[in-house]
Design a protein around this ligand. Structure first.
Ligand SMILES: [Zn+2]
Ligand SMILES: [Zn+2]
Length: 438
């Protein structure tokens, strides 16, 4: 995913970082009132133990992250990765199920007393990118790279698993550690749910995080309600009639019609700026024509449509059909528009988000909470959050002083590993604080 923000004047990731520094608020002011006071001592006690345990495994998390980074695997091919994870969880004494949703792993930690079940999730897949790096842990698999920080997500979740396994005598209920394949487009989360990742025991709440270099280390980005967009895809075939390029009047030029469609669809992104119908359409691939001196008969365009609510999605779908119909009509061309529903929007539960912010206030590595506007990126964490209440949040892992500012999906992406213990403490803190588990 990319951290692209379209509202409240944020233009790009760099602007976000600047804004974060400028608006950092003392934590006490950002903390939410409520339960924190009533069991403050007990929670602080538990948080102190979590902190201690996390500091002991700091190097171990870095080692795990670098090993995953060195050996990246793409979606549904995470075989080595899942073997390591399953072995690690088994060594911690957990019940482990492998091959969930093809290459996923689910570990269950049972506390000393009955209670609710919290799910913590990490994604495992890398991207088909050739890494440009001279670091000793750079990818050893040509053309494959952990450029979205999922190596860090796995190290964080294994760190949290280690910490919580050591404290299970103090824990009520169950913690389910869900390592899912194929977040990058193939919808591994959906496969995990089909394969009963949310059952046995039934999950009551789910949390996941994404590391981002657009936020500095120590900053947690959060939001309530819709925090990330739905993303659909489409394949559009435009059909003309071939002919000699010296006699355009005898043919129907599918390339010219497509060029107009590309322009008009892109214009929708700026023309339609009402917040409740706003969409972002991108055409990412275009293929067509046979020879320089032949009028092109067929062009295929494919792209994505991102929206933040059902009204915007319906509007974008309708507008696309209208535009494509009008333009092809003017040219005398035909079309076939195959619109495919993709990831739903990521919708955070209000209470779960409050819980996250309270826990964050007790984690020493977190020194700022930043409420983010909805992002136009998407994430298949959305599938879990459609089934159970929970929260997906962003953890800053950027560090301009160390030159760690390259965006997600860049061939030069890397992040500040001091975010790893912060993420593990947050996850462990959530498990110790969820009502019914504390
Ligand atoms: Zn990604
Ligand atoms: Zn990602």
């Amino acid at each position: 995913m990319h951290l692209k923000i379209i509202k409240q004047g944020y233009r790009d990731a760099r602007d976000v970082s600047v804004k974060v520094h400028a608006s950092k608020v003392p934590l006490e002011k950002t903390l939410l009132p409520g339960k924190r006071k009533s069991c403050y001592n007990e929670i602080m006690n538990v948080m102190a133990e979590i902190e201690q345990r996390v500091s002991r495994i700091r190097d171990e998390m870095v080692r795990l992250r670098r090993d995953f980074h060195r050996h990246p695997e793409t979606g549904f091919c995470e075989n080595r990765t899942s073997r390591i994870i399953a072995g690690y969880l088994r060594d911690l004494g957990m019940e482990v199920r492998e091959g969930v949703g093809k290459t996923g792993v689910v570990g269950v930690l049972r506390g000393a007393a009955p209670g609710r079940t919290l799910m913590l999730r990490a994604d495992m897949d890398a991207l088909p990118i050739q890494e440009k790096s001279s670091s000793p842990y750079r990818s050893a698999n040509p053309g494959v790279m952990h450029a979205c920080g999922h190596d860090g997500h796995m190290a964080i979740l294994l760190g949290a698993a280690c910490v919580l396994a050591g404290m299970k005598g103090r824990l009520r209920g169950q913690v389910k550690f869900v390592f899912q394949p194929a977040e990058e487009g193939a919808g591994g989360a959906r496969k995990m749910i089909e394969d009963r990742a949310l059952e046995d025991p039934r999950v009551d709440a789910a949390f996941g995080l994404h590391l981002v270099t657009a936020l500095p280390c120590g900053t947690l980005g959060w939001g309530k309600g819709t925090v990330m967009a739905a993303m659909d895809s489409f394949v559009l075939k435009v059909t003309g009639r071939s002919g000699h390029s010296s006699m355009p009047e005898d043919g129907v030029d599918a390339i010219r019609a497509s060029a107009r469609i590309v322009d008009d669809l892109h214009a929708l992104n700026t023309v339609n700026n009402e917040s409740d119908t706003q969409s972002l359409i991108n055409i990412g691939a275009i293929r067509g024509g046979e020879a320089a001196n032949v009028i092109a008969e067929e062009v295929e365009l494919s792209g994505t449509v991102r929206t933040l609510n059902p009204k915007a999605k319906a509007f974008a779908k309708g507008a696309m059909h209208r535009i494509v119909g009008r333009v092809t009509g003017e040219f005398g061309a035909g079309f076939d528009l195959d619109y495919r529903e993709g990831y739903p929007p990521v919708v955070n539960d209000g209470e779960m988000t409050d819980l996250l912010c309270r826990v964050a206030g007790d984690v020493p590595g977190v020194d700022g909470l930043l409420e983010l506007p909805p992002l136009m990126a998407s994430e298949d964490m959305a599938f879990y959050l459609r089934e159970v209440p929970g929260c997906f949040f962003f953890l800053g892992a950027g560090n301009p002083e160390k030159g760690l500012t390259r965006p997600l999906h860049s061939s030069e992406f890397d992040f500040d590993e001091s975010a790893l213990p912060v993420g593990a403490a947050l996850f462990a803190g959530l498990a110790a604080s969820l009502p019914g588990m504390e």
